[in-house]
Design a protein around this ligand. Structure first.
Ligand code: ATP
Length: 748
């Protein structure tokens, strides 16, 4: 199969496309909630946009996941107007709450049966000790694996087909049925039992996914739909990451860089084409998992396991020749079971494990609070407080590997469903209450999923925006550096809008609100604090630029190109070192492992999720985020203009530098689909080598204007891709897919 690469960036979809996923249940208004029955069940302030009935309708099934996009009359205007819409109305995005499904496991024994203390009241509510809890769905002890698939798995597949990242987390007490729900019993994965009704959520998801992909290929043969899927399987045990598909690799490192996002270095990825491929991976991975016996579960998973599949698809509209690329990431997460050590009497290794498990689950609960806090729009106040007090703040994502790795699913660019498993017996009462409270907390998260799609048209459009920015800068320079639009040129607001657009294209998963470009609204922020931060950020970016230039030098010329834009948006290139709890801008340009050991307080694992954020939390405080915060924060006009001018200047300087750097570099335009439209400039992506191989290093969206658009150049027919079915390194963010890293294009 042809391997096609995709740019790391996603561009928001057209106004003509539906805002919600093809699954109509996600766009459906929620049915009115039942009245609050007790304080335990305070409904989320913002009703969840996901409906409880997630079964896909026949109409949803018929809908193409890859709808064609009509060419706009004026791309720049279109993009800017899309940009200035409110977030909720931006097509191709979806502000969705977390879908929370509670599943009760059946009683183990007759004695258990007599002790049942949780009652299902309706399809979305239950009662425990006279208190009522309402979620998206409640599945009682009679619920089947198929029921769970229909509630959670089928919508996930449709979201994936539409280009959204989607995650399912199974959370709950040890022995409550998480593993059973996510993977099913081991024997149900065997070939001869594939149609077993015990089959878990994951094999069902892939069975449906492959069926849908094939269906779409046939239905839209004219669009030449191609796809490929790569899977990885890891476990986090005692804060160490092990590759379940290659268990010799026990201490894998999480890395993060601007281009690649968060990823696990050297993680095995297997190309899968059939359900059988997937079940083989599941069998292999699950057999390598750490299990141990707890007082409740003889075969308890003592680790968090994460099965990830990246689905890349490409289609070409034969009518206009425009190709589109979509990437979606599916994360299926079986969290380790929570337990109270005091009650279970855990000791020795089990106690240490339990401490780690509870710590990371606490962190997950903490992140939920943070996400909730941020969705309430308090970020700017937090920033102001940090600036004014100079206090260091906890950065909850980075305090455990679990939340760091899966941060995008927690308040970021992903649709998230949480299956909360409970044991409805008297003896599990307190654990069940904890799980239900966690589930309530999860309901408060607002994710902002974005269709991960880019087209040639988007690329051309961005090039046009850059050209206009360059022209405008020339005009300002000619005007004696006066940016005021007295001579008919563009205003500072226009600059700002254009930069916002570029940023949105480069970093679509940013969940920060974009300020109204034209508004004079004062933000609650101390100007001096902003100035101090500006200085801090610009110092960092200067350092970062210098470091990165030195590093990039000959080999990774292209990297410096993409860095231009990264620097322009105030970020750094190259992996960064995140040390827990610092909350500060970090050293940049170094290729350092993510270190989360320090600063994690030892919690001798008493039960989770009760942690309350009595101090504000800011989830991301690296240079990128800070700079974006600053830019999104209202500052005085003079400061704003300075920021804009320096941003554009650095962009243009970098453009010239990179042009110089590329003089003489030979890189033929590729006719591979991704090679052409996956990059703004193929020449910037590819480095020629003496043996005729062209390595596409970092196939990111590189904003480097070319005199002749590569997408308009005649394709070179002799370029064909090579791809291995198994490879290493997984990116967990939507910015870049794993397959892009290893793409090698051979020139014949
Ligand atoms: N809904 C269910 N129907 C039938 N059996 C179930 C169900 N839920 C759980 N079980 C059984 O209960 C036992 C424990 O379930 P499971 O291992 O899935 O729990 P868990 O929550 O993953 O526990 P841990 O966190 O300790 O790994 C298993 O034998 C499983 O088959």
């Amino acid at each position: 199969m042809k391997h096609f690469m995709q740019p790391r960036n996603t561009i928001l979809r057209e106004a003509t496309e539906p805002t919600s996923s093809p699954n109509p249940s996600y766009g459906k208004p929620r049915p009115p909630r039942k009245p609050k029955a007790s304080k335990e069940n305070a409904p989320p302030s913002d009703p969840n946009s996901m409906a409880s009935d997630s079964k896909p309708s026949p109409a949803a099934k018929l809908k193409s996941p890859l709808p064609p996009r009509p060419p706009p009359s004026n791309p720049l205007k279109r993009k800017l107007s899309v940009d200035s819409q409110t977030e909720n109305s931006v097509p191709g995005t979806s502000d969705s709450g977390v879908q929370v499904v509670v599943r009760m496991r059946p009683p183990r024994t007759d004695k258990d049966e007599g002790e049942m203390m949780v009652q299902k009241l309706s399809s979305d509510s239950l009662s425990i000790n006279g208190q009522t809890f309402t979620f998206d769905s409640v599945c009682d002890t009679d619920s089947s694996q198929l029921d769970i698939f229909q509630l959670v798995g089928a919508p996930l597949v449709e979201n994936c087909m539409a280009g959204f990242n989607s995650s399912v987390f199974a959370y709950g007490q040890t022995g409550s049925g998480k593993t059973y729900t996510m993977w099913g019993p081991a024997n149900a994965l065997l070939d001869e039992n594939l149609s077993s009704d015990q089959q878990g959520l994951t094999p069902r998801v892939f069975e449906r996914l492959f069926a849908r992909l094939n269906e779409e290929q046939i239905k839209h043969a004219d669009k030449q739909l191609k796809y490929q899927c790569h899977c990885s399987f890891l476990e986090i045990y005692n804060e160490q990451i092990t590759d379940l598909l290659d268990p010799n690799q026990k201490t894998l490192q999480i890395r993060e860089d601007v281009k690649s996002g968060v990823y696990v270095e050297n993680l095995t990825e297997e190309c899968v084409r059939t359900i059988k491929d997937v079940t083989q991976l599941l069998i292999k991975g699950l057999s390598n998992r750490r299990t141990g016996s707890t007082s409740i579960n003889a075969e308890s998973s003592r680790s968090h396991t994460v099965f990830t599949c990246v689905v890349e698809s490409q289609y070409t509209n034969v009518a206009n020749g425009i190709s589109s690329f979509k990437t979606s990431r599916i994360n299926l997460v079986d969290l380790a079971g929570s337990e109270r050590q005091k009650l279970t009497g855990a000791a020795g290794e089990r106690l240490k494990e339990a401490g780690n498990i509870n710590r990371s689950l606490s962190q997950l609960g903490f992140v939920l609070i943070a996400a909730d806090y941020l969705s309430a729009g308090n970020l700017i106040n937090i920033l102001a407080e940090i600036s004014q007090t100079g206090k260091q703040r906890h950065i909850p994502y980075r305090d455990s590997r679990l939340t760091f790795l899966l941060q995008e699913s927690l308040g970021g660019n992903a649709k998230l469903a949480m299956v909360c498993a409970i044991s409805p017996t008297q003896s599990c009462k307190s654990e069940t209450f904890s799980t239900l409270r966690f589930a309530q907390r999860a309901k408060a998260i607002k994710n902002k999923a974005v269709v991960n799609e880019v087209t040639q048209e988007d690329v051309n459009h961005l090039r046009e925006v850059i050209r206009q920015l360059r022209d405008e800068l020339q005009r300002i320079k000619a005007n004696g550096n006066n940016p005021v639009a007295s001579d008919g040129g563009h205003s500072a607001a226009w600059f700002r809008q254009s930069l916002n657009l570029l940023k949105a294209s480069l970093k679509p998963q940013m969940t920060l609100p974009c300020v109204d470009d034209d508004s004079d609204e004062e933000m609650e922020i101390d100007e001096e604090a902003v100035e101090r931060l500006c200085v801090e950020v610009s110092n960092q970016t200067v350092v970062s630029e210098a470091n990165n230039r030195a590093e990039a030098n000959n080999v990774e010329t292209m990297k410096s190109h993409s860095q231009l834009v990264a620097v322009e948006i105030g970020s750094s290139d190259g992996p960064q070192d995140y040390t827990s709890g610092s909350g500060c801008i970090k050293e940049q340009g170094c290729d350092t492992d993510v270190n989360m050991e320090e600063g994690i307080s030892e919690q001798e694992g008493d039960m989770i999720v009760e942690c309350v954020a009595d101090t504000p939390v800011i989830p991301c405080a690296n240079a990128l985020d800070l700079h974006n915060l600053i830019e999104y924060t209202s500052v005085q006009p003079a400061q704003e203009e300075n920021i804009l001018k320096s941003s554009i200047s650095s962009l243009l300087n970098e453009e010239s530098a990179s042009k110089r750097g590329h003089e003489g570099s030979s890189c033929p335009a590729s006719d591979t689909p991704g090679g052409v439209s996956g990059c703004l400039s193929v020449a910037d992506e590819c480095i020629g080598s003496p043996n005729g191989l062209v390595n596409c290093v970092s196939p990111c969206l590189s904003i480097v204007p070319c005199d002749v658009s590569p997408v308009l150049k005649s394709p070179t027919p002799s370029v064909s891709p090579r791809v291995n079915t198994s490879r290493k390194s997984l990116r967990t963010s939507s910015m870049l897919t794993a397959s892009q890293k290893d793409l090698t294009v051979e020139v014949h």
